[in-house]
Design a protein around this ligand. Structure first.
Ligand SMILES: [Zn+2]
Length: 427
């Protein structure tokens, strides 16, 4: 048999780490749907090089390029690893959780690749780890999520597999359907399954869910099981009030909340930024403020307001989402709630511009989401007016190497900016 190709989907592990790191911001399962389209933004906030360092600390050696090489795609599986390392990483996570469960301590020796024949001398040498890459609470919550979250690719198969024993599991499919993956763990063992052609040839339908997961569950069902799950690391967890709509730590304006157990680090996470106090006229149909209406005629109420781009996607699945009423004539927006947001280029991005097949330099296609798409938008590149858009706010333009600022202004005078850098043009 030929060696296994190394073109595996990092998504198998990266998604899990998204859940782990969620303790630093958006926290709960309800939040998962909200953020599912924004993993790139999350990685940008977390810092790709920090994330790469975390992956290396958890045992991956195949991500040997600098963070720039992977970019934000790292969070979507834009890296390669092997079944051996991936399964080993899950085994390390489970080992840390089991060890913490019995000793309440961390050991650097818990993180290691799979071992074919255990070396007893090494096992005895277990210095305590003062700075473990991941806490037991983070791993435990991740495993809870990997048991329960109805991830997109599992939609059709979820019910079929739901009667199997407790198992934290994840599937993955590599680009071009070359590899189908599934990894699963219980407190007693970790199983990694790879399905594909040894020569790396792709085949439509070769997905983690259809090809690898059934094998994983066949294996799980023939393994002996104690029926026990990992001990919950209560020492590292605390009850926290979270917003039911965003899943973030509840703020003073959140309307519905619940208390859930989170990692103690969750206490440091940001409060829900999406519930805001909004000021309306007495009939509740228009936004007003004290500059244009007598305070006695103002009703203030909390409102769930997502940023424009997030609102655009969220509304498609949530018809109950109430968009903000418009401002009353003569009342101006104080700029508390942005009217527009750049989808592309996101602020701070570096862009490399290739040439097309005929040798011409390609254009950058910018996109802005406006809460009211029918509003006309005026585009400016480096403070020079370059064009207008209406309804679909996409705009093509050329840009030379260097720093640029793209500014959009709508009819009402609302504006948004994005600074970006063109790092080079492909010759
Ligand atoms: Zn809230």
């Amino acid at each position: 048999m030929k060696p296994l190709p190394t073109s595996s989907p990092l998504g198998l592990f990266a998604d899990a780490l998204i859940q782990i790191r969620s303790e630093h911001g958006l926290t709960q399962l309800q939040c998962a749907e909200l953020i599912e389209r924004f993993p790139l933004k999350m990685l940008q906030k977390y810092d790709p090089s920090r994330f790469l360092e975390l992956l290396r600390k958890t045992g991956f050696t195949t991500f040997n390029k600098p963070a720039d090489h992977y970019g934000l795609s790292l969070i979507l599986g834009g890296g390669e690893t092997t079944l051996w390392e991936l399964t080993g990483a899950y085994a390390s996570l489970s080992r840390v959780l089991n060890t913490y469960g019995t000793s309440k301590k961390y050991y650097s020796g818990s993180w290691h690749p799979p071992v074919l024949i255990p070396d007893e001398h090494q096992i005895k040498e277990m210095p305590e780890d003062p700075d473990p890459p991941l806490s037991a609470a983070s791993i435990w919550l991740t495993y809870e999520a990997l048991q329960k979250v109805n991830r997109p690719e599992t939609e059709t198969g979820w019910q079929y597999f739901s009667s199997t024993p407790d198992l934290a599991w994840k599937t993955g499919t590599s680009f071009g359907f070359r590899d189908a993956w599934a990894a699963g763990t219980t407190p007693e063992y970790v199983i990694g399954v790879w399905v594909g052609n040894a020569d790396g040839e792709g085949r439509p339908g070769l997905t983690g869910m259809t090809a690898a997961a059934p094998l994983l569950f066949d294996l799980v069902n023939i393994m002996p099981s104690s029926g026990k799950w990992f001990a919950q690391p209560y020492d590292e967890m605390t009850a926290l009030k979270v917003c039911n709509l965003s899943g973030c730590r509840a703020g003073p304006d959140c309307t519905e909340t619940q208390e859930i157990m989170v990692s103690i680090n969750g206490e440091r996470s940001d409060m829900c930024p999406y519930h805001k106090m909004i000021h309306l006229n007495k009939s509740g149909t228009l936004q007003v403020n004290a500059d244009c209406v007598s305070p006695a005629d103002i009703i203030s109420m909390p409102w769930f307001v997502l940023p424009p781009a997030m609102e655009y996607f969220y509304r498609q699945k949530h018809p109950e989402y109430n968009t903000l009423p418009p401002f009353a004539p003569g009342c101006s927006d104080a700029g508390n709630v942005p009217a527009m947001e750049f989808i592309y280029p996101p602020p701070g991005i570096r862009i490399f511009i290739p040439r097309d097949q005929s040798g011409h330099q390609t254009r950058v296609i910018a996109e802005v989401i406006h809460r009211i798409p029918s509003k006309k938008i005026y585009w400016h590149l480096d403070n020079k007016f370059v064009g207008t858009t209406k309804l679909i706010h996409q705009f093509e333009f050329f840009a030379q190497s260097g720093d640029h600022i793209l500014t959009v202004v709508d009819e009402a005078g609302n504006s948004a900016k994005s600074s970006f850098k063109v790092t080079g043009l492909m010759e």
